[in-house]
Design a protein. Sequence first.
Length: 141
Amino acid sequence: MTKNHKKSKWKRVDNTFDLQLVNTQYVKQKVLLDMLENVERPNPEYNKPFNKDASNYFKHWLKNTTEPLPEAFYCLLSNWFLTRCSASKSSRAGYARQLWEVLFCATPKKRLTDWRVSGKKVIPDRFKQWWQKQVKCQDDC
């Protein structure tokens, strides 16, 4: 990693789906908290609230960026803009995508989870497809 590398660079933690931020020195806590607040804000277009557990996971991580970011957070965040229902057209989905794009340089083509099983657990094959793109783009920065 070059000294001027300002894109978030991630690695997997012990073959789990939790992710460890490698370059924590570039975290802008205030910016990320403001972005999370936009995601959390009540949404008149789609009445379902953002998951409180996901918010808590992210806030905890922001206070301790040397700890892994739980898969549940980024899965629940990405579900908003990768789902096929009307939620993906809401302003919350737009804010969730913006936060995602600040955290990661690649976006999955499909939802990382299966809503019939869990919105918090990745489907390994979908993660693998996204993760390959993520590793490549963060290495190209």
